[in-house]
Design a protein around this ligand. Structure first.
Ligand SMILES: C[S@@+](CC[C@H](N)C(=O)[O-])C[C@H]1O[C@@H](n2cnc3c(N)ncnc32)[C@H](O)[C@@H]1O
Length: 210
């Protein structure tokens, strides 16, 4: 009975969206005793969420990024005598997916809209995910009267933070896609994920998916 009520409450929360918890808190809810990987762990955060997962009792922690390790990340590794493992490489490269390996909990924030092929990105995340994907991404408004739309190379009309489109071969800096909420949910379904919880603001979404 209690279980059914909790499931119903989770469904309602997923439908309505609820206040996004601080990311350290969301990670802490899922990682104790589990393996954890942060994909895209460096830019402006210097591995902070890897260290947060370690503090929250993760069994093992990996950080992945196309960037090389930052000075702050390396200094923090030493200061904490941390056992966080770092893998430098592109999530889309099957050799990197193999090197990283499957983890119970995968955190990936701020990566999907920078990827030219977001379904491929989600497929790679699916390969890494043993149990739970925590995915955070910027989103754009739904198109009136039409669900599941994405905008290629969105400009500031769709999202105030969108970097100007510069085209392919520019690495993962540019925003390639403005992804609506319904499109994100459909892409997650197509790549084998089931969303169990969703937090959103008008232009941002965090999901917990299995
Ligand atoms: C916009 S930043 C987000 C940083 C952090 N996750 C956050 O949410 O604040 C994107 C990060 O993902 C990394 N990144 C982007 N594409 C990637 C890819 N294909 N494989 C690995 N890392 C990637 C970037 O180098 C950068 O550190």
């Amino acid at each position: 009975m209690l279980g059914r009520s909790l499931t119903a409450a989770a469904r309602v929360r997923a439908r309505l969206g609820s206040a996004t918890p601080p990311r350290e808190e969301l990670i802490a809810r899922h990682v104790a005793g589990r393996s954890f990987v942060d994909v895209g762990c460096l830019w402006t955060i210097d591995g902070a969420l890897c260290f947060a997962a370690e503090d929250a009792g993760a069994a093992s922690v990996t950080g992945v990024d196309v960037m090389g390790p930052t000075e702050r990340f390396q200094a923090e590794l030493i200061r904490r005598r941390s056992s966080v493992r770092f893998v430098q490489g592109d999530l889309h490269d099957p050799a990197i997916v193999a090197a990283v390996g499957r983890h119970d909990v995968v955190w990936c924030s701020g990566v999907l809209y920078h990827a030219p092929h977001p379904l491929l990105t989600l497929e790679r995340l699916r390969e890494l995910t043993g149990r739970t994907l925590l995915l955070a991404t910027e989103t754009v408004a739904e198109t009136p009267g039409r669900r599941n739309t994405c905008v290629i190379a969105p400009g500031t009309a769709e999202h105030p933070n969108a970097a100007p489109p510069v085209g392919p071969n520019a690495g993962y800096g540019p925003w390639y896609w403005g992804i609506s909420r319904s499109a994100l949910r459909s892409m997650l379904r197509l790549t084998g994920f089931t969303v169990v919880e969703e937090f959103r603001t008008p232009l941002h979404m965090t999901v917990v998916a299995r």
